[in-house]
Design a protein around this ligand. Structure first.
Ligand SMILES: NC(=O)c1ccc[n+]([C@@H]2O[C@H](COP(=O)([O-])OP(=O)(O)OC[C@H]3O[C@@H](n4cnc5c(N)ncnc54)[C@H](O)[C@@H]3O)[C@@H](O)[C@H]2O)c1
Length: 329
């Protein structure tokens, strides 16, 4: 099958493209390279341009009239940036998605997979969520994802478009074949900070040790990006079976197991030679305890389960960073 991947030069979109190629499918990439990398598109049909540009969408569908489905990963994703520049984030993530979707419907597209985020769930005392849990996005970035989901719910109720929103938890790792990985040299998430602490030989700060979790530190659901990519493949393969009740569907993508920050540090220290020491620090403003998915929907509907462990995700991330500069220059 031929699949248009908007944002296919980014971390997740490029990994989805690799997974589709390995399974014998044909991705077509649309990306404006605002954060994506041209190197990740090598050997793949690639259109450099904006998701809201009608001319480039016309060209893509003229040259690839056999596109069956679209995966929409294109977005700006940095939470503090979204706090500083909300208008830019709403324009790029919300307004441009509306333009894209309008155009896709005009082109006769009926299958769209949307990259959503677990950050739209309301924090709760159980530290776990399923697809029916309350939603309350906590940042402008997360709200752009929530608004797009609501917008797509309305659009699918009135048009032939069907949308599957995949709510990702915390992606780590890289393509196991090292074709792609995180583009940024210094990611701001916990794993990025651990790598930095390890490199500099300084302790890693656990920010927040008084959460009512099993060891007081925050909790996340780290899912290997190659598993995430596999879930997209499954979703595209079984897409038409997902819409018995309405034209809009949602599936959480996580491992189903929470990993606390302390457990994550232990996993990191299993992989590296020189263990990283930890220091305890107070919560930062806006920090949340976090959550994992308790849902079985991905298993039930997609026959998909995360297969890679957190240790594998950390190992693949470290391998990627050891090769990243050679690949990206
Ligand atoms: N990485 C995460 O932790 C995470 C978690 C949950 C959800 N998501 C979602 O997954 C998707 C992909 O995230 P990622 O981590 O791969 O980020 P990324 O920045 O690596 O990828 C986003 C890609 O979209 C492209 N892009 C952005 N705006 C565009 C536009 N207007 N037109 C064309 N291309 C555009 C960028 O150049 C980039 O290649 C995003 O929608 C994000 O919200 C990511």
């Amino acid at each position: 099958m031929k699949v248009l991947i908007a944002g296919g030069a980014g971390f997740i979109g490029s990994t989805v493209a690799s997974c589709l190629i390995d399974a014998g499918h044909q991705p077509v990439i649309l990306d404006n390279l605002v954060t994506g990398r041209r190197e990740f598109c090598e050997g793949r049909p690639f259109y450099e341009g904006d998701i809201a540009d009608p001319a480039i969408l016309d060209r893509i569908f003229d040259e690839h009239p056999d596109i069956e489905s679209v995966v929409h990963c294109a977005a700006l994703i940095v939470v503090p940036d979204s706090v500083a520049h909300p208008i830019h984030y709403y324009r790029e993530n919300v307004a441009k998605t509306l333009e894209l979707v309008d155009h896709l419907i005009a082109k006769g597209v009926t299958r769209l997979v949307f990259s959503s985020s677990a950050s739209i769930y309301e924090p709760n005392d159980e530290f776990s969520v399923d697809e029916s849990s309350a939603l309350a996005a906590q940042s402008p970035y997360a709200r752009t994802k929530l608004v797009v989901e609501q917008m797509l719910t309305d659009v699918t109720a009135a048009t032939p478009l069907r949308v599957l929103s995949l709510r990702y938890f915390n992606p780590i790792g890289s393509d196991p074949k090292m074709r792609t990985g995180l583009q940024v040299p210094a990611p701001s998430h916990a794993l990025g900070k651990l790598i930095e602490a390890h490199r500099e030989g300084v302790p890693f700060n656990i920010t927040g040790v008084d959460y009512p979790t099993r060891d007081g530190s925050g909790i996340r659901d780290y899912v290997h990006v190659w598993d995430l990519a596999g879930a997209h493949l499954r979703a595209l393969e079984v897409f038409d079976s997902l819409f018995a009740e309405s034209n809009y569907s949602v599936i959480n993508l996580g491992t189903g197991t929470g990993t606390t920050v302390r457990e994550f540090v232990d996993a990191f220290n299993e992989v590296v030679d020189e263990p990283v020491a930890v220091a305890e620090a107070p919560r930062r403003p806006g920090d949340q305890a976090g959550a994992y998915t308790r849902s079985t929907r991905a298993a039930d509907l997609l026959d998909w389960r995360a297969e890679h462990t957190v240790v594998e995700g950390i190992r693949d991330t470290l391998t990627w960073f050891s090769q990243r500069d050679k690949i990206l220059g």
